[in-house]
Ligand binder design. Structure first.
Ligand code: CMP
Length: 133
């Protein structure tokens, strides 16, 4: 399907068994964002995981830009995994196409996909390392 083709470019999806990709695809909702839109706000509860299909977003903590996120990357995973508030603010730099996965579906997917759990842990560890370097 169209969704499957698009999510195959998401880094954490690579190597995910096809049946798991298909099951996950059914839980995703496509959204758009425009330059300046706030997608996550530091300090607020986390409710969604996002996957970037097109466009770029800025990761800010206070006044500091921590990173620029590109197509193929995910964000919003930290607060869903820890239950803590959003660690940073995410602002669209361009027009964006994304998929969002709500918190409940995120939990469901992780319970049946060790592969995805592992891929997300890896992404998380890299980000924490970059943040504390
Ligand atoms: P979360 O804390 O839920 O909401 C803000 C998101 O910003 C966070 O999840 C990560 O997805 C992302 N994020 C936080 N710190 C970094 C970083 N150093 N590099 C890239 N992304 C980050």
């Amino acid at each position: 399907s169209d969704v499957l083709k698009r999510i195959s470019h998401i880094e954490v999806m690579q190597g995910l068994p096809l049946n798991e990709q298909e099951a996950l695809a059914k839980l995703l909702s496509p959204i758009q964002a425009f330059p300046g839109d706030t997608l996550c706000e530091e300090g607020t509860p986390g409710d969604y995981l996002y996957m970037i299909v097109e466009g770029e977003a800025e990761v800010r903590r206070g006044q500091k830009v921590l990173a620029i996120l590109q197509p193929g990357e995910v964000f919003g995973e930290m607060s869903l995994l820890t239950g803590d508030p959003r660690s940073a603010t995410i602002i669209a730099r361009t027009t964006m196409e994304l998929y969002e996965l709500n918190k409940e579906h995120f939990g469901t997917v992780l319970s049946w996909s060790p592969h995805l759990a592992w891929a997300l842990s890896r992404a998380l560890a890299r980000r924490l390392k970059a943040t504390t370097d």
